[in-house]
Design a protein. Structure first.
Length: 95
């Protein structure tokens, strides 16, 4: 599985392996997941960790590394629906 990283400032999109998400500027990160797949999201330094029901953890390195600006996680479910996911008291989903 891969992630799509869309750089907000340039519009450039690239596909990267899930174990290679390393943001260089504020971006949208799109993951092919369903809402029930996500157990938790937490900050670790400037990174965002996404814990899945499978036991896997996806690290978005430097997710919080841009003061005054922000990146976002978007999931695309099997039915094609897109959701913005934010950390909170458990993952919070916005259509």
């Amino acid at each position: 599985m891969t992630a799509k990283v869309y750089v907000k400032s340039t519009g450039v999109t690239q596909e990267v392996a899930l174990d290679a998400i390393n943001l260089e500027s504020p971006s949208f990160v799109t993951l092919q997941l369903n809402r029930p797949d996500i157990v938790a999201m937490q900050r670790e330094g400037d990174d965002l960790l996404i814990r899945l029901t499978s036991g896997e953890t996806i690290r978005a390195a430097n997710f919080y590394g841009f003061p005054g600006e922000y990146s976002e996680i978007i999931i695309q479910e099997d039915d094609g629906k897109l959701w913005v996911v934010r950390p909170g008291q458990g993952p919070m989903f916005y259509e």
